[in-house]
Design a protein around this ligand. Structure first.
Ligand code: SF4
Length: 360
């Protein structure tokens, strides 16, 4: 491979085709870090809104470090993968007190220090080091794995330990060490816009001279990933108590489970939505499949059933909306007016139920 020529072709393509994105217009490591964490598992269009709101409220590392976790979660609400927000907050406290982002730009220890922070893996450390400080570290996201798999016609599953090691080596060899910031931006953008999962336009690709998958007619077979584990099915039954004064009960999730520290309505986990539930007796025969996504009225109560898919779990949720003269005493719950629910961070699933309440 003529590396110099490849770098030039790729970077020229990038300069002509790149999207204008706010986190590309800055070399502030804090803002780059925020954008990278938000964009993991999130589309750019959705991530953009969150990014703008987040950096407006927390414009620098100190403001994030000083914030309460509940408020950080509120700004993350709806994005999912809430451990990202909790880790971001923890890492901001550590980095603010150590002055990490004030380090001299060519510090050889920067990458390792970034890597040691909660929630920062090889990808994010490489992205911050290269985008903010122009340091020669690769940044392998899903788009880059796809480009590399095809460029080298590599059938190793990129999401295995062996695959990660192998692709990192390839990325280090390919990296333009004189222009790491530009090179990383360019290869990521090529994967996002041009070397797309299906039917990429290889004839106009700046890398087609070097692409082994194109030569071997294996483009559509790549990249290879390890088989996904089966989703774990869970069944949750929520009760939304509503008094005539429009107050209700919520509680904060604790323990090491999904949605840690987010709020929700009182809930119990059951074996199936067909189970007897929460002491409520539904007199009408109840067919869960028939009411998914649509409320049904049973004995004066509203029932809303929703399914919600997370990365490893499929949740089947039933929300029983129960009008009561006064709220029951349930440990660890707080009383809140329905109009004040905006002040608490909820999972997307619970937000869907709240949206339904607002339409009633
Ligand atoms: S030639 Fe096609 S498969 Fe190869 S890198 Fe370009 S777009 Fe991807």
């Amino acid at each position: 491979m003529n590396m110099k020529l490849l770098h030039n072709e790729l970077i020229d393509w990038y300069e002509l085709n790149k999207r204008i994105l706010p986190w590309r217009e800055t070399d502030d490591p804090y803002k780059i870090w925020i954008s990278e964490i938000i964009l993991q598992q999130t589309r750019v269009a959705q991530g953009m809104e969150y990014y703008m709101r987040f950096v407006e409220r927390f414009p620098n590392i100190q403001s994030l470090a000083d914030a309460e976790e509940d408020e950080v979660l509120l700004y993350w609400q709806g994005l999912g993968y809430y451990s990202r927000a909790r880790n971001l907050h923890k890492a901001a406290k550590i980095a603010a007190s150590s002055g990490l982002f004030n380090m001299v730009q060519n510090s050889s220890t920067l990458y390792e220090q970034l890597r040691s922070l909660p929630g920062i893996g090889d990808y994010t450390a490489g992205a911050i080091a290269s985008f903010a400080f122009d340091l020669p570290y690769p940044a392998l996201d899903g788009n880059v794995y796809r480009v590399l798999s095809r460029l080298y016609d590599c059938e190793i599953a990129f999401d295995t330990t062996q695959g990660k090691k192998h692709f990192r080596k390839l990325a280090e060899e390919l990296l333009d060490r004189e222009r790491p910031r530009l090179f990383n931006s360019a290869i990521m953008e090529l994967g996002a816009l041009h070397c797309v999962p299906t039917a990429p336009d290889c004839h106009t690709c700046p890398l087609n001279t070097w692409c082994k998958a194109l030569a071997n007619n294996t483009v559509e077979l790549l990249p290879v990933r390890k088989p996904r584990p089966k989703l774990r099915e869970r069944y949750l039954e929520y009760t939304i108590y509503i008094t005539p004064e429009r107050t209700t009960l919520i509680h904060q999730r604790k323990g090491n489970d999904i949605w840690k520290h987010l709020y929700e309505f009182p809930v119990q986990e059951i074996h199936s939505l067909e189970d007897a539930h929460s002491g409520y007796s539904l007199s009408a025969p109840h067919n869960a499949a028939s009411v998914i996504g649509a409320p049904a009225e049973v004995k004066g109560e509203k029932i809303l059933e929703l399914t919600h898919v997370l990365s490893h779990q499929k949740l089947h949720a039933r929300f029983i909306i129960k009008n009561v003269p006064e709220l029951p005493k349930i440990p660890d719950t707080v009383v809140v007016h329905l109009s004040d629910l905006d002040n608490y961070a909820f999972s997307r699933l619970t937000l869907r139920a709240i949206e339904f309440l607002a339409q009633r």
